[in-house]
Design a protein around this ligand. Structure first.
Ligand SMILES: Cc1cc2nc3c(=O)[nH]c(=O)nc-3n(C[C@H](O)[C@H](O)[C@H](O)COP(=O)(O)OP(=O)(O)OC[C@H]3O[C@@H](n4cnc5c(N)ncnc54)[C@H](O)[C@@H]3O)c2cc1C
Length: 398
Protein backbone atom coordinates (compact mmCIF):
# COMPACT_ATOMS: atom_id res chain seq x y z
CA UNK A 1 0.00 0.00 0.00
CA UNK A 2 1.70 3.22 -1.16
CA UNK A 3 -0.87 5.70 -2.26
CA UNK A 4 -2.67 8.98 -1.63
CA UNK A 5 -6.06 9.32 -0.03
CA UNK A 6 -7.65 12.64 0.88
CA UNK A 7 -8.52 11.68 4.43
CA UNK A 8 -7.24 8.71 6.40
CA UNK A 9 -9.01 7.69 9.60
CA UNK A 10 -6.99 5.51 11.95
CA UNK A 11 -9.33 3.20 13.90
CA UNK A 12 -12.67 1.68 12.94
CA UNK A 13 -14.45 1.99 16.31
CA UNK A 14 -17.65 3.97 16.85
CA UNK A 15 -15.83 7.32 16.48
CA UNK A 16 -13.85 6.40 13.35
CA UNK A 17 -16.84 4.87 11.55
CA UNK A 18 -19.18 7.75 12.48
CA UNK A 19 -16.58 10.19 11.15
CA UNK A 20 -16.21 8.21 7.90
CA UNK A 21 -19.98 8.31 7.38
CA UNK A 22 -20.24 12.04 8.17
CA UNK A 23 -17.41 12.77 5.71
CA UNK A 24 -19.01 10.63 3.00
CA UNK A 25 -22.24 12.59 3.43
CA UNK A 26 -20.26 15.76 2.69
CA UNK A 27 -18.77 14.33 -0.48
CA UNK A 28 -15.37 13.11 0.82
CA UNK A 29 -13.94 9.63 0.19
CA UNK A 30 -12.24 8.78 3.48
CA UNK A 31 -10.30 5.60 4.08
CA UNK A 32 -10.51 3.87 7.48
CA UNK A 33 -7.54 1.75 8.59
CA UNK A 34 -8.41 -0.71 11.36
CA UNK A 35 -5.86 -2.99 12.98
CA UNK A 36 -8.33 -5.81 13.76
CA UNK A 37 -8.67 -8.33 10.97
CA UNK A 38 -12.42 -8.13 11.38
CA UNK A 39 -14.34 -5.28 13.01
CA UNK A 40 -16.51 -6.75 15.75
CA UNK A 41 -17.77 -5.76 19.19
CA UNK A 42 -18.38 -8.02 22.15
CA UNK A 43 -21.65 -8.49 23.94
CA UNK A 44 -22.25 -5.31 25.83
CA UNK A 45 -24.74 -2.49 25.79
CA UNK A 46 -24.38 1.19 25.14
CA UNK A 47 -26.50 4.14 26.24
CA UNK A 48 -26.96 6.72 23.52
CA UNK A 49 -28.31 10.00 24.87
CA UNK A 50 -30.36 12.50 22.78
CA UNK A 51 -27.31 14.66 21.91
CA UNK A 52 -25.76 11.69 20.05
CA UNK A 53 -29.06 10.14 18.89
CA UNK A 54 -29.77 13.25 16.83
CA UNK A 55 -26.35 12.97 15.12
CA UNK A 56 -27.03 9.30 14.33
CA UNK A 57 -30.40 10.36 12.93
CA UNK A 58 -28.71 12.94 10.67
CA UNK A 59 -26.37 10.13 9.56
CA UNK A 60 -29.44 8.18 8.41
CA UNK A 61 -29.20 5.47 11.07
CA UNK A 62 -32.58 5.83 12.78
CA UNK A 63 -34.17 2.82 10.99
CA UNK A 64 -31.24 0.59 12.05
CA UNK A 65 -31.43 1.88 15.63
CA UNK A 66 -35.20 1.33 15.75
CA UNK A 67 -34.73 -2.24 14.53
CA UNK A 68 -32.19 -3.12 17.22
CA UNK A 69 -32.52 -0.66 20.09
CA UNK A 70 -34.72 -0.04 23.11
CA UNK A 71 -36.17 3.26 24.24
CA UNK A 72 -36.09 3.46 28.05
CA UNK A 73 -38.85 5.30 29.86
CA UNK A 74 -36.51 7.15 32.20
CA UNK A 75 -33.66 7.05 34.70
CA UNK A 76 -34.48 5.04 37.80
CA UNK A 77 -32.38 4.95 40.99
CA UNK A 78 -32.84 2.04 43.42
CA UNK A 79 -31.48 1.67 46.94
CA UNK A 80 -28.36 -0.51 46.71
CA UNK A 81 -29.31 -2.69 49.69
CA UNK A 82 -33.11 -2.70 49.97
CA UNK A 83 -33.88 -2.21 46.27
CA UNK A 84 -36.47 0.43 47.17
CA UNK A 85 -37.20 2.93 44.39
CA UNK A 86 -35.39 6.19 45.27
CA UNK A 87 -35.92 8.44 42.27
CA UNK A 88 -37.51 8.10 38.85
CA UNK A 89 -37.12 10.75 36.16
CA UNK A 90 -39.15 10.12 32.98
CA UNK A 91 -37.61 11.22 29.67
CA UNK A 92 -41.09 12.31 28.50
CA UNK A 93 -41.03 14.98 31.27
CA UNK A 94 -37.68 16.28 30.07
CA UNK A 95 -39.14 16.97 26.61
CA UNK A 96 -36.09 16.25 24.46
CA UNK A 97 -36.48 16.41 20.69
CA UNK A 98 -34.48 13.18 20.22
CA UNK A 99 -34.73 9.78 21.93
CA UNK A 100 -32.58 8.13 24.58
CA UNK A 101 -31.52 4.76 23.16
CA UNK A 102 -30.14 1.55 24.61
CA UNK A 103 -28.41 -0.60 22.03
CA UNK A 104 -26.01 -3.53 21.82
CA UNK A 105 -22.58 -2.20 20.79
CA UNK A 106 -22.34 -4.76 17.99
CA UNK A 107 -25.64 -3.51 16.53
CA UNK A 108 -24.45 0.11 16.45
CA UNK A 109 -21.02 -0.75 15.01
CA UNK A 110 -22.69 -3.08 12.47
CA UNK A 111 -25.09 -0.32 11.36
CA UNK A 112 -22.26 2.23 11.01
CA UNK A 113 -20.05 -0.21 9.10
CA UNK A 114 -22.85 -1.25 6.73
CA UNK A 115 -23.72 2.39 5.98
CA UNK A 116 -20.07 3.34 5.31
CA UNK A 117 -19.56 0.31 3.06
CA UNK A 118 -22.83 0.93 1.20
CA UNK A 119 -21.42 4.34 0.21
CA UNK A 120 -17.99 2.96 -0.66
CA UNK A 121 -17.16 -0.77 -0.43
CA UNK A 122 -13.41 0.03 -0.23
CA UNK A 123 -13.71 2.60 2.55
CA UNK A 124 -12.84 0.36 5.50
CA UNK A 125 -9.68 -1.72 5.41
CA UNK A 126 -9.16 -4.23 8.17
CA UNK A 127 -5.88 -5.77 9.28
CA UNK A 128 -3.82 -2.54 8.95
CA UNK A 129 -2.01 -1.32 12.05
CA UNK A 130 -0.74 2.24 11.91
CA UNK A 131 2.65 2.66 13.52
CA UNK A 132 3.45 6.34 13.04
CA UNK A 133 2.56 9.53 11.27
CA UNK A 134 4.70 12.36 9.84
CA UNK A 135 3.62 15.87 8.89
CA UNK A 136 4.71 17.23 5.51
CA UNK A 137 3.80 20.41 3.65
CA UNK A 138 0.04 20.41 3.19
CA UNK A 139 -0.18 16.70 3.86
CA UNK A 140 0.76 13.90 6.28
CA UNK A 141 2.32 10.47 5.82
CA UNK A 142 0.80 7.49 7.59
CA UNK A 143 3.26 4.66 8.22
CA UNK A 144 1.94 1.15 8.73
CA UNK A 145 3.44 -1.55 10.90
CA UNK A 146 4.16 -3.68 7.81
CA UNK A 147 6.35 -0.87 6.40
CA UNK A 148 3.83 0.40 3.82
CA UNK A 149 2.84 4.04 3.91
CA UNK A 150 0.28 6.39 2.43
CA UNK A 151 -0.13 10.13 2.03
CA UNK A 152 -3.21 12.04 3.09
CA UNK A 153 -4.38 15.65 3.21
CA UNK A 154 -5.67 14.99 6.72
CA UNK A 155 -5.23 12.17 9.22
CA UNK A 156 -7.89 11.58 11.86
CA UNK A 157 -6.67 9.53 14.80
CA UNK A 158 -9.64 7.63 16.23
CA UNK A 159 -7.49 4.88 17.70
CA UNK A 160 -8.93 4.72 21.22
CA UNK A 161 -7.67 5.41 24.75
CA UNK A 162 -4.24 3.85 24.06
CA UNK A 163 -3.91 5.90 20.88
CA UNK A 164 -0.50 5.63 19.27
CA UNK A 165 -1.03 8.86 17.36
CA UNK A 166 -1.95 10.86 20.47
CA UNK A 167 1.72 10.71 21.49
CA UNK A 168 2.57 12.38 18.18
CA UNK A 169 0.21 15.28 18.94
CA UNK A 170 1.18 15.68 22.65
CA UNK A 171 4.19 17.67 23.80
CA UNK A 172 4.68 15.43 26.83
CA UNK A 173 3.06 12.04 26.25
CA UNK A 174 1.98 10.14 29.35
CA UNK A 175 0.29 6.73 29.65
CA UNK A 176 -3.36 6.45 30.83
CA UNK A 177 -3.83 6.18 34.61
CA UNK A 178 -5.58 3.25 36.29
CA UNK A 179 -8.47 4.63 38.38
CA UNK A 180 -8.74 1.70 40.80
CA UNK A 181 -12.11 0.75 39.29
CA UNK A 182 -13.02 -2.41 37.43
CA UNK A 183 -16.20 -2.76 35.35
CA UNK A 184 -17.97 -6.12 35.24
CA UNK A 185 -20.04 -6.42 32.09
CA UNK A 186 -22.49 -9.01 30.93
CA UNK A 187 -25.77 -9.97 29.36
CA UNK A 188 -28.79 -11.77 30.75
CA UNK A 189 -31.32 -13.35 28.37
CA UNK A 190 -34.66 -12.06 29.66
CA UNK A 191 -36.43 -15.38 29.08
CA UNK A 192 -34.13 -16.93 31.71
CA UNK A 193 -35.51 -14.70 34.45
CA UNK A 194 -38.35 -15.99 36.62
CA UNK A 195 -41.60 -14.04 36.15
CA UNK A 196 -41.67 -10.86 38.19
CA UNK A 197 -37.91 -10.46 38.40
CA UNK A 198 -37.57 -8.22 35.33
CA UNK A 199 -36.41 -4.71 36.22
CA UNK A 200 -38.36 -1.67 34.94
CA UNK A 201 -37.83 -0.55 31.32
CA UNK A 202 -35.55 2.25 32.46
CA UNK A 203 -31.88 3.06 32.77
CA UNK A 204 -31.71 1.46 36.25
CA UNK A 205 -28.97 2.36 38.71
CA UNK A 206 -27.99 1.11 42.17
CA UNK A 207 -25.31 3.18 43.97
CA UNK A 208 -23.67 1.52 46.99
CA UNK A 209 -20.50 1.99 49.03
CA UNK A 210 -17.52 1.76 46.65
CA UNK A 211 -19.55 0.33 43.77
CA UNK A 212 -22.54 0.82 41.48
CA UNK A 213 -24.58 -1.17 38.97
CA UNK A 214 -26.32 0.06 35.82
CA UNK A 215 -28.84 -2.23 34.11
CA UNK A 216 -30.98 -1.82 31.01
CA UNK A 217 -32.53 -3.74 28.12
CA UNK A 218 -31.07 -4.11 24.62
CA UNK A 219 -32.14 -6.05 21.51
CA UNK A 220 -35.82 -5.19 21.65
CA UNK A 221 -36.12 -6.12 25.34
CA UNK A 222 -34.86 -9.69 24.79
CA UNK A 223 -31.60 -9.17 26.65
CA UNK A 224 -30.62 -7.28 29.82
CA UNK A 225 -27.25 -5.57 29.88
CA UNK A 226 -25.42 -4.76 33.10
CA UNK A 227 -22.31 -2.87 34.09
CA UNK A 228 -21.16 -3.26 37.69
CA UNK A 229 -18.24 -1.03 38.66
CA UNK A 230 -16.28 -1.91 41.80
CA UNK A 231 -13.15 -0.48 43.37
CA UNK A 232 -10.26 -2.93 43.09
CA UNK A 233 -6.58 -2.40 42.67
CA UNK A 234 -5.42 -5.92 41.92
CA UNK A 235 -6.38 -6.23 38.28
CA UNK A 236 -5.63 -3.84 35.42
CA UNK A 237 -6.48 -5.48 32.10
CA UNK A 238 -8.49 -3.61 29.48
CA UNK A 239 -10.16 -5.97 27.09
CA UNK A 240 -13.72 -6.37 25.94
CA UNK A 241 -13.04 -10.04 25.37
CA UNK A 242 -11.29 -10.99 28.63
CA UNK A 243 -13.72 -13.51 30.14
CA UNK A 244 -14.39 -13.19 33.84
CA UNK A 245 -15.82 -15.49 36.47
CA UNK A 246 -19.52 -15.02 37.22
CA UNK A 247 -18.80 -16.28 40.74
CA UNK A 248 -16.19 -13.53 41.32
CA UNK A 249 -18.59 -10.94 39.98
CA UNK A 250 -21.38 -12.09 42.29
CA UNK A 251 -18.93 -12.00 45.20
CA UNK A 252 -18.52 -8.25 44.62
CA UNK A 253 -22.28 -7.71 44.99
CA UNK A 254 -23.02 -10.00 47.94
CA UNK A 255 -25.34 -8.18 50.37
CA UNK A 256 -26.81 -5.95 47.66
CA UNK A 257 -30.55 -5.73 46.80
CA UNK A 258 -31.68 -9.39 46.68
CA UNK A 259 -33.68 -8.91 43.47
CA UNK A 260 -30.69 -7.31 41.75
CA UNK A 261 -28.46 -10.11 43.00
CA UNK A 262 -30.86 -12.77 41.69
CA UNK A 263 -30.96 -11.08 38.30
CA UNK A 264 -27.15 -10.95 38.15
CA UNK A 265 -27.01 -14.63 39.09
CA UNK A 266 -28.86 -15.40 35.82
CA UNK A 267 -26.12 -13.80 33.68
CA UNK A 268 -24.69 -15.90 30.89
CA UNK A 269 -21.50 -17.36 32.48
CA UNK A 270 -19.86 -17.46 29.03
CA UNK A 271 -20.50 -13.78 28.45
CA UNK A 272 -19.25 -12.18 31.66
CA UNK A 273 -16.38 -9.75 31.09
CA UNK A 274 -14.35 -7.29 33.10
CA UNK A 275 -12.56 -4.15 32.08
CA UNK A 276 -10.17 -2.03 34.13
CA UNK A 277 -11.05 1.66 33.95
CA UNK A 278 -8.28 4.04 32.91
CA UNK A 279 -8.39 7.80 32.73
CA UNK A 280 -6.42 10.69 31.20
CA UNK A 281 -6.38 14.42 31.82
CA UNK A 282 -8.00 16.79 29.30
CA UNK A 283 -5.55 17.53 26.47
CA UNK A 284 -4.59 21.15 25.63
CA UNK A 285 -3.91 20.39 21.93
CA UNK A 286 -6.19 18.23 19.82
CA UNK A 287 -4.10 18.41 16.63
CA UNK A 288 -0.63 18.86 15.19
CA UNK A 289 -0.22 19.91 11.57
CA UNK A 290 -2.45 17.67 9.48
CA UNK A 291 -3.24 15.19 12.28
CA UNK A 292 -6.40 15.57 14.41
CA UNK A 293 -7.54 13.42 17.33
CA UNK A 294 -11.10 12.14 17.85
CA UNK A 295 -13.05 10.18 20.50
CA UNK A 296 -11.23 8.26 23.23
CA UNK A 297 -7.90 9.11 21.57
CA UNK A 298 -8.30 12.69 22.77
CA UNK A 299 -10.84 12.64 25.64
CA UNK A 300 -11.35 9.19 27.15
CA UNK A 301 -14.23 9.41 29.61
CA UNK A 302 -14.96 7.24 32.59
CA UNK A 303 -18.33 5.54 32.06
CA UNK A 304 -19.91 7.35 35.06
CA UNK A 305 -21.76 9.68 32.72
CA UNK A 306 -22.17 7.26 29.73
CA UNK A 307 -20.80 9.78 27.23
CA UNK A 308 -17.59 8.34 25.70
CA UNK A 309 -19.20 7.02 22.53
CA UNK A 310 -21.73 9.86 22.44
CA UNK A 311 -18.93 12.44 22.46
CA UNK A 312 -16.98 10.51 19.81
CA UNK A 313 -20.13 10.70 17.64
CA UNK A 314 -20.44 14.46 18.25
CA UNK A 315 -16.71 14.90 17.42
CA UNK A 316 -17.26 13.02 14.15
CA UNK A 317 -20.06 15.34 13.07
CA UNK A 318 -18.21 18.56 13.95
CA UNK A 319 -14.92 17.41 12.42
CA UNK A 320 -16.65 16.52 9.12
CA UNK A 321 -18.27 19.96 9.19
CA UNK A 322 -14.84 21.57 9.77
CA UNK A 323 -13.33 19.77 6.76
CA UNK A 324 -16.32 20.69 4.58
CA UNK A 325 -15.77 24.37 5.49
CA UNK A 326 -12.06 24.03 4.69
CA UNK A 327 -12.86 22.51 1.31
CA UNK A 328 -15.02 25.49 0.43
CA UNK A 329 -12.49 28.04 1.75
CA UNK A 330 -8.92 26.65 1.91
CA UNK A 331 -7.73 29.51 4.16
CA UNK A 332 -10.12 28.23 6.86
CA UNK A 333 -8.29 26.35 9.67
CA UNK A 334 -10.40 23.22 10.32
CA UNK A 335 -8.30 21.83 13.16
CA UNK A 336 -8.33 25.00 15.30
CA UNK A 337 -12.05 25.42 14.67
CA UNK A 338 -12.75 21.77 15.53
CA UNK A 339 -10.83 22.05 18.81
CA UNK A 340 -12.54 25.34 19.72
CA UNK A 341 -15.97 23.79 19.13
CA UNK A 342 -15.30 20.58 21.02
CA UNK A 343 -12.65 20.90 23.73
CA UNK A 344 -14.52 23.00 26.35
CA UNK A 345 -17.54 20.68 26.25
CA UNK A 346 -15.50 17.47 26.39
CA UNK A 347 -13.24 18.77 29.20
CA UNK A 348 -16.34 19.55 31.26
CA UNK A 349 -17.85 16.11 30.66
CA UNK A 350 -14.54 14.39 31.52
CA UNK A 351 -14.52 16.27 34.84
CA UNK A 352 -18.17 15.46 35.52
CA UNK A 353 -17.45 11.75 34.99
CA UNK A 354 -14.71 11.95 37.63
CA UNK A 355 -17.01 13.77 40.06
CA UNK A 356 -19.71 11.15 39.47
CA UNK A 357 -17.21 8.44 40.39
CA UNK A 358 -17.05 9.90 43.91
CA UNK A 359 -20.79 10.59 44.08
CA UNK A 360 -21.85 7.11 42.89
CA UNK A 361 -19.41 5.29 45.17
CA UNK A 362 -19.88 7.39 48.31
CA UNK A 363 -18.84 5.30 51.32
CA UNK A 364 -20.24 7.50 54.12
CA UNK A 365 -23.77 6.27 54.89
CA UNK A 366 -25.17 9.69 56.04
CA UNK A 367 -23.88 11.37 52.85
CA UNK A 368 -25.40 8.58 50.75
CA UNK A 369 -28.69 9.01 52.52
CA UNK A 370 -28.68 12.78 51.90
CA UNK A 371 -27.76 12.22 48.23
CA UNK A 372 -30.65 9.78 47.75
CA UNK A 373 -33.16 12.01 49.59
CA UNK A 374 -32.27 15.02 47.43
CA UNK A 375 -32.52 12.93 44.24
CA UNK A 376 -35.93 11.53 45.24
CA UNK A 377 -37.28 14.92 46.30
CA UNK A 378 -36.15 16.66 43.12
CA UNK A 379 -37.48 13.87 40.88
CA UNK A 380 -40.91 14.20 42.50
CA UNK A 381 -40.91 18.00 42.44
CA UNK A 382 -39.11 18.96 39.24
CA UNK A 383 -37.76 16.30 36.82
CA UNK A 384 -35.79 19.00 34.97
CA UNK A 385 -34.04 20.02 38.20
CA UNK A 386 -33.39 16.38 39.05
CA UNK A 387 -31.69 15.90 35.66
CA UNK A 388 -29.64 19.11 35.91
CA UNK A 389 -26.25 17.34 36.07
CA UNK A 390 -26.76 15.86 32.60
CA UNK A 391 -29.48 18.01 31.04
CA UNK A 392 -26.95 20.45 29.47
CA UNK A 393 -25.22 17.47 27.86
CA UNK A 394 -28.39 15.88 26.47
CA UNK A 395 -29.89 19.17 25.21
CA UNK A 396 -26.82 20.15 23.16
CA UNK A 397 -27.14 19.90 19.34
CA UNK A 398 -23.93 19.62 17.28
C1 LIG B 1 -17.72 -0.16 30.96
C2 LIG B 1 -17.94 0.90 29.92
C3 LIG B 1 -19.23 1.33 29.63
C4 LIG B 1 -19.45 2.34 28.69
N1 LIG B 1 -20.72 2.75 28.43
C5 LIG B 1 -20.92 3.79 27.57
C6 LIG B 1 -22.25 4.25 27.29
O1 LIG B 1 -23.23 3.71 27.80
N2 LIG B 1 -22.40 5.30 26.43
C7 LIG B 1 -21.33 5.93 25.83
O2 LIG B 1 -21.52 6.89 25.06
N3 LIG B 1 -20.06 5.48 26.05
C8 LIG B 1 -19.83 4.44 26.89
N4 LIG B 1 -18.55 3.97 27.12
C9 LIG B 1 -17.42 4.62 26.42
C10 LIG B 1 -17.28 4.10 24.98
O3 LIG B 1 -17.22 2.69 24.98
C11 LIG B 1 -16.01 4.65 24.33
O4 LIG B 1 -15.87 6.02 24.65
C12 LIG B 1 -16.07 4.52 22.82
O5 LIG B 1 -16.16 3.17 22.46
C13 LIG B 1 -14.84 5.16 22.19
O6 LIG B 1 -14.90 4.99 20.79
P1 LIG B 1 -13.61 5.30 19.89
O7 LIG B 1 -14.03 5.02 18.49
O8 LIG B 1 -13.05 6.64 20.22
O9 LIG B 1 -12.50 4.26 20.38
P2 LIG B 1 -12.51 2.67 20.34
O10 LIG B 1 -13.87 2.11 20.44
O11 LIG B 1 -11.49 2.23 21.35
O12 LIG B 1 -11.98 2.34 18.88
C14 LIG B 1 -10.62 2.48 18.52
C15 LIG B 1 -10.35 1.59 17.31
O13 LIG B 1 -9.04 1.86 16.82
C16 LIG B 1 -8.39 0.64 16.53
N5 LIG B 1 -6.96 0.89 16.63
C17 LIG B 1 -6.25 1.13 17.76
N6 LIG B 1 -4.96 1.35 17.47
C18 LIG B 1 -4.83 1.25 16.13
C19 LIG B 1 -3.73 1.37 15.23
N7 LIG B 1 -2.49 1.66 15.68
N8 LIG B 1 -3.93 1.20 13.91
C20 LIG B 1 -5.21 0.90 13.43
N9 LIG B 1 -6.29 0.77 14.25
C21 LIG B 1 -6.10 0.95 15.58
C22 LIG B 1 -8.94 -0.33 17.56
O14 LIG B 1 -8.80 -1.68 17.15
C23 LIG B 1 -10.40 0.10 17.64
O15 LIG B 1 -11.21 -0.56 16.71
C24 LIG B 1 -18.33 2.94 28.04
C25 LIG B 1 -17.04 2.49 28.32
C26 LIG B 1 -16.85 1.48 29.25
C27 LIG B 1 -15.44 1.03 29.53
Amino acid sequence: MTSHSDIVIVGGGIGGLACALALQQRGFRPRVLERATEISEIGAGLQISPNAACVLDALGLTPALEAAGCYPEGIHAHHWESGRSLAHVRFADLEYDAPYIHIHRADLVGALLAAVRANDPEAVQEGYTVDAVENGVGEARVILKNGDWLRASWVIAADGIHSRLRDFVCDQPTPPRFTGNVAWRGLIPVDRLPTGLQPPKDANIWMGPGAHVVMYYVRRYEVLNFVGVTERDNWQQESWTEKASLKDMLGDFAGWDTRLFQILAHADPNACYRWALFDRDPLPHWYRGRVMLLGDAVHPMLPFVAQGAAQAIEDAWVLADALARWQKAPQFDPSAWYQAQRAPRCDRIQRLARDNMKLFHERRAPVRMARDLVAGGLAAMSPKLAARRVDWIYRHRS
